[in-house]
Design a protein around this ligand. Structure first.
Ligand SMILES: [Zn+2]
Ligand SMILES: [Zn+2]
Length: 389
């Protein structure tokens, strides 16, 4: 794997940082130990550090050895998940119920490795902002950074992100222009009927039957209401109702998530859910209250920055190992908030075989330490190319 030699020299350091972070996972906006560790390392490299951004975020700022008004941002995420880790290796999570199952420990480490090298060499013109954001999972740490005016305070011409991808071979990258990850929204439908003795259903209004029809009806949003060439997902993921064998309950609560790439498709989902839920409930005499919450926009790569990122990756691993043919993922990523404001590119780095490793968010997952120098080398070469002297 052709990587920057100096970065290969401190592979062992990076693996140690990564395993330490893995052993001490912290979830959304509680990444205090992680942030302190990141800030301490950045300062030890001689990088200017801003703490407490979006509560637990850290930004490092480094000037190149040639003056220029140009600037870019490189971003890593630091948060873990609410998962009970099932691995047994030595760096297993010490925080019960919390786990780095999405590899953000690796992302943080790769960007730290790049920061160390770039601070040593400063072979670029302008400014690099290393953004270590909190709360990528669910809680929108990038959105909060945007609300705090991070990109207004640090004007950049482009912002770049990277995520490991199990199932993509170690030593490969994947990237595409346009949507890379989907928009992510959530919904909750409260179905109200009238409770009754289960032996006398005609005396009540059964919210369970109404909820069942709603779940079935929601399937038609993707199959009958959306252009078949447009990607969309409507998944019901929770059904809560009833307490015992012989009582028809008053109420059932359904919850789920939706995904789409195109904004027009996304805009059509909420009214469709309301129409199906209200119609199906009304047909049975029940009523519904629908809550729909927009979470993350789609992650959309800009064309020029995608080409730059792909070229840099190809210089490291060869064009044949930069996959341009992968379909986008219906997963979501709050890096999307940065890409809503600035041009940029989000790339996947192969984490290796998903059968021997594990998929993201799996209790057996672990970041592949072998790819740390490659990821750090990508960041370094990207920064040096974009901010070439
Ligand atoms: Zn994740
Ligand atoms: Zn992730």
């Amino acid at each position: 794997m052709p990587i920057v030699n100096r970065i290969a020299d401190f592979h062992a350091d990076m693996a140690a940082w990564r395993r330490d972070l893995h052993a001490h996972p912290e979830t959304a906006f509680e990444e205090t130990r992680t942030a302190a560790r990141v800030a301490e390392l950045l300062e030890s490299f001689g990088i200017t550090v801003e703490r407490g951004v979006a509560k637990t975020g850290v930004i490092g700022t480094l000037e190149g050895d040639a003056p220029a008004s140009r600037a870019i941002a490189l971003r890593a995420d630091m948060d873990a998940l609410h998962i009970h880790e099932k691995n047994s290796f030595e760096h297993v999570s010490r925080n019960a119920g919390r786990m780095h199952a999405c590899g953000h420990d690796g992302h943080t480490t790769m960007l730290l490795g790049a920061a160390r090298y770039l601070a040593e060499t400063r072979n670029f013109a302008g400014t690099i902002h290393f953004i270590f954001q909190p709360a990528e999972e669910n809680e929108g740490g990038a959105r909060v950074m945007g609300e705090e005016g991070v990109l207004a305070r640090h004007p950049v011409e482009a912002v770049y992100g990277m995520h490991n991808w199990p199932g993509l071979a170690a030593g490969q990258f994947a990237i595409r222009p346009g949507p890379m990850m989907a928009a992510f929204d959530i919904f909750e439908i409260t179905v109200s009927g009238r409770g009754a003795h289960a032996a006398m259903p005609h005396l009540g209004i059964d919210p369970i039957v109404a909820a069942a029809q709603i779940v079935t009806g929601l399937q038609t949003i993707t199959s009958r209401n959306t252009d078949p060439l447009q990607g969309v997902v409507v998944s019901v993921t929770q059904i809560h109702g009833g307490d015992t064998w012989n009582v028809i309950p008053d109420e059932v609560v359904l919850r789920g998530t939706t995904r789409a790439f195109e904004l027009t498709v996304r805009d059509a989902i909420e009214p469709a859910i309301r129409r199906v839920a209200e119609g199906a409930a009304a047909a049975l005499g029940a009523t519904v209250a629908v809550r729909y919450e927009r979470r993350y926009p789609p992650t959309v790569n800009s064309a020029a920055e995608t080409e730059t990122a792909a070229r840099v990756a190809a210089e490291l691993v060869g064009a044949e190992n930069v996959r341009r043919d992968l379909l986008p993922s219906m997963g979501a990523e709050d890096f999307a908030w940065f890409l809503e404001k600035k041009p940029g590119a989000y790339i996947w780095i192969g984490n290796g075989d998903a059968d021997t490793g594990a998929m993201l968010h799996n209790p057996h997952y672990d970041f592949n330490d072998e790819i740390l120098p490659l990821g750090a080398s990508y960041w370094v070469r990207l920064a040096e190319r974009v901010l070439a002297k």
